[in-house]
Design a protein around this ligand. Structure first.
Ligand SMILES: NC(=O)c1ccc[n+]([C@@H]2O[C@H](COP(=O)([O-])OP(=O)(O)OC[C@H]3O[C@@H](n4cnc5c(N)ncnc54)[C@H](OP(=O)(O)O)[C@@H]3O)[C@@H](O)[C@H]2O)c1
Length: 333
């Protein structure tokens, strides 16, 4: 049987575990050119929340009763396409919250074969979409220069923690913003950030004034809303604000809070730019290679927070928004 976690009802406001239910269905039969993946790990990403709404986000919303769309890693256990999907090889794909997933030839987003010898957990985090998002956002959009001040929100998140480390390698002074003393200590002590502001316990604007008296040159924002507004007030001349995500708004039913400080972009001749990693698909190979090299050399660290069993996928998604995890949230099947 194929155990799945499906969307039972659409969340209103904050997503809760009651929005999902577990069902069992037959393992799908394969057609020509197809292969069957046995899913080993699910990556729990913030973007899943957008797919639970009817309108979706950059991809359509998941239908009621459908397995929740999600990134995952699986191993080929049956194949009618051995050239593309050899038996026993692992692939990263939008597997969904289910034990088995059928893959066809040339799907979009493209499926990625996991190189031999690579830990399956790493491809959901530092060596996969998450690491590549940080890579593209920092090196192709933000472009921090030596001695610039680089500030990153959700600093202990998968993307944020890698973005800060890459900015540090460029010679920037890196200030994180995160939601607990433990997370702040991790990014400073283990990842080498210069400072970290606990936004739940400290006044972000006041602390930024102390830590970056000349202002923030690059703000890599994963949070949006009030936190983004607070940092806009602290920009340096010719600053760059890179919009990677606005997780603080993903569970809002109404409009996101207004940005009162947007006018500082003019005064500071600053620029604000969003990006979506999917637009950089052609750079994935080169980015993944560089990330793997840094990772193997111990220059890029990451953590994984693992929950056991597909039934815990809803709990994992809820934790992502409460911040009750340290490292990339994954569910082991
Ligand atoms: N542009 C792209 O192509 C792209 C691709 C992938 C991801 N992203 C974005 O990158 C960001 C980070 O993703 P990720 O996978 O690295 O996340 P993650 O590892 O799952 O971590 C998410 C963290 O966000 C923080 N957070 C949650 N709700 C918050 C709120 N209301 N206010 C402030 N902080 C909140 C929590 O940390 P605290 O405990 O510190 O609050 C939480 O641990 C997200 O915004 C995501 O949408 C963008």
């Amino acid at each position: 049987m194929n155990r799945q976690v499906v969307l039972a009802k659409r969340p209103v406001g904050m997503v809760t575990e009651s929005c999902f239910e577990t069902t069992e269905t037959s393992v799908p039969q394969l057609g020509d050119g197809e292969a069957l993946l046995e899913v080993r790990y699910l990556g729990i990403d913030p973007t899943i929340r957008g797919w639970l709404d009817e309108r979706g986000n950059y991809m359509a919303g998941v239908a009621i009763g459908e397995a929740v769309r999600s990134n995952g890693v699986g191993v080929v256990v049956e194949t009618y396409n051995p050239d593309e999907y050899p038996l026993g090889r692992a692939f990263m794909h939008l597997t969904g919250w289910q034990q088995y997933c059928v893959v066809q030839s040339n799907p979009f987003p493209p499926i990625t074969m996991v190189p031999e010898g690579v830990d399956l957990l790493d491809v959901l985090g530092v060596l996969g979409h998450v690491g590549i998002t940080a890579y593209v956002g920092v090196l192709e959009v933000a472009r921090p220069q030596p001695n610039e001040t680089f500030c990153v929100s959700a600093a202990a998140s998968s993307v944020g923690s890698i973005a800060g480390q890459i900015a540090k390698m460029q010679g920037a002074t890196v200030i994180g913003i995160a939601g607990s003393p433990e997370k702040c200590a991790w990014v400073i002590d283990d990842l080498g950030f210069d400072a970290c502001i606990d936004y739940k316990r400290e006044d972000v604007a006041a602390r930024l004034k102390e830590l970056a008296p000349k202002g923030v040159d690059v703000f890599f924002d994963n949070v949006g809303g009030e936190l983004l507004d607070a940092v806009l007030r602290r920009l340096a001349l010719r600053a760059r604000v890179v919009l990677c995500g606005d997780i603080s708004t993903y569970n809002l039913d109404g409009p996101a809070p207004a940005l009162h400080n947007i006018r500082y972009l003019m005064g500071k001749r600053a620029r604000m730019e969003g990006f979506n990693t999917l637009d950089h698909w052609d750079h994935y190979g080169a980015a993944a290679e560089q990330l793997a090299e840094w990772h193997a050399a111990g220059r890029l660290k990451h953590r994984v927070h693992e929950l056991d069993g597909i039934d815990r996928a809803p709990e994992a998604l809820v934790r992502l928004f409460s911040g009750e995890h340290l490292g990339k949230l994954v569910v082991r099947l």
